[in-house]
Design a protein around this ligand. Structure first.
Ligand SMILES: [Zn+2]
Length: 399
């Protein structure tokens, strides 16, 4: 940008001095290309629409000590008067004002220096705002019904860049936050030992992340997770409530491997009571989102005395593609929080809630994330049995 018109400093009678490129660039950048006094943007000419710089570099202490030089009698060394600290960026109009002889005392050196400092501080602060692009990638990979899940760095980075996010693992040079559950045996048969080991592994893997969050070294996390649903619910409970989290679901088809659709049909969710039980301290939840949970196939520990709530789409049938946009996930999360509050109010004294989640992975993470350990009873997470039509207990969110 500097060179030509941008490196010239103008005097009160139109005479010019050329300042070094580096100095001009410093002043233009520090001022954000805007007039220090009226904040006019100085690169585009508003009248012609041409991108001609209309800003001027103005001397705070005039460049010579001669009587006609504005504020030139100040004791600031003459040889330093073309330095960035003595130059301010102004529009033509304001420049004429400050250099007009009748106003030299109004726009004295201290006043102009204060204006310059205020303007440059404001520009620096404002241009630092906006889109914080840095994110920490958390990858959680497990087997799903015996099949391993692949999650390559390239597909993760592609998904992040599409969302204007930049993974800080590239800066750090390591995938610090990858939790790989694939080495844990017992997933296909869903043994209780598998769920206990998966939970320990998850806790271990997230300990470092939680430390970084507490130290405020991490404030945005992008979650790429594909594992069994109970693992994902647990994962959600470990993600700090204050942390900003973007969830990237694995897509079923198309070129984009991870991430939500940008647009999609509006989906709303709500809950209803399927059965009122005699014991108000016993509640179970069916989440029929990607598929329907059959109330007749609940395990024997869910008794006739349990009140059974079902969370499901309001006007559609459950399908695996139902939560394909971030808006749909937000709708789901909202309905889930409402259900939790309803249970909190209507069923005081509940000690644990059996939950049967037929949900996509992103919703599973949200279920855990919106559970408040202080206010809500722990969830006992059930999953479909591998070789029978029933459901069985996997893990509890109890700390
Ligand atoms: Zn101006």
């Amino acid at each position: 940008m500097p060179g030509g018109a941008t490196t010239r400093a103008f005097g009160p009678k139109g005479e010019t001095r050329t300042v070094p490129d580096t100095v001009a660039r410093q002043v233009w950048v520090a001022a954000g290309g805007r007039c220090t006094i009226c904040n006019r943007y100085l690169l585009a000419d508003n009248v012609t629409g041409q991108e001609v710089p209309i800003g001027q570099l103005a001397h705070i202490v005039g460049w010579s000590t001669a009587p006609g030089s504005p504020r030139g009698d100040h004791d600031f060394p003459v040889e330093q008067r073309n330095s960035a600290e003595n130059l301010m960026l102004l529009c033509h109009d304001q420049h004429r004002v400050i250099d007009h002889k009748s106003l030299w005392e109004v726009f004295d050196v201290d006043t102009l220096l204060a204006m310059k400092r205020r303007h440059e501080e404001r520009i620096r602060k404002l241009t630092g705002l906006g889109h914080e692009s840095r994110t920490t990638v958390l990858r959680v990979v497990g087997h799903i019904h015996g099949r391993p899940v692949e999650l390559t760095s390239a597909s993760v980075t592609t998904a992040l860049l599409a969302n204007n996010r930049f993974p800080d693992s590239i800066l750090r040079g390591a995938d610090e936050f990858e939790i790989d559950l694939r080495a844990i045996p017992g997933e296909p048969i869903s043994s209780l030992a598998y769920w206990a080991a998966a939970r320990n592994h998850l806790e271990d893997g997230l300990r470092h992340l939680c430390t970084q969050v507490r130290k405020e070294a991490v404030n945005h996390v992008s979650v790429f997770a594909l594992a069994r649903i109970p693992v994902l619910v647990l994962l959600g409970t470990y993600l700090d409530k204050m942390l900003q989290v973007d969830i990237y679901p694995k897509r079923r088809e198309g070129k984009k491997v991870w991430g939500f659709d940008d647009f999609g049909a509006t989906v709303r969710f709500g809950s209803e009571i399927l059965r009122v039980g005699k014991d108000p301290t016993r509640v179970a939840i069916l989440c029929s989102i990607s598929g329907s949970i059959d109330i007749n196939r609940l395990p024997p520990e869910v008794l006739d005395s349990h009140t059974i709530y079902e969370l499901r789409p309001n006007t559609m049938l459950p399908t695996p593609e139902l939560i394909s946009t971030k808006a749909a996930l937000d709708q789901f999360s909202q309905a889930w929080r409402i259900l939790l509050s309803t249970i909190e109010v209507d069923h005081p004294g509940v000690s644990a809630i059996p939950i049967f989640p037929a949900v996509p992975p992103a919703a599973a993470i949200s279920i855990g994330r919106h559970l408040l350990r202080a206010a809500h009873p722990p969830l006992h997470i059930y999953d479909r049995a591998p070789s029978s039509p029933g459901y069985f207990f996997t893990a509890s969110t109890e700390a």
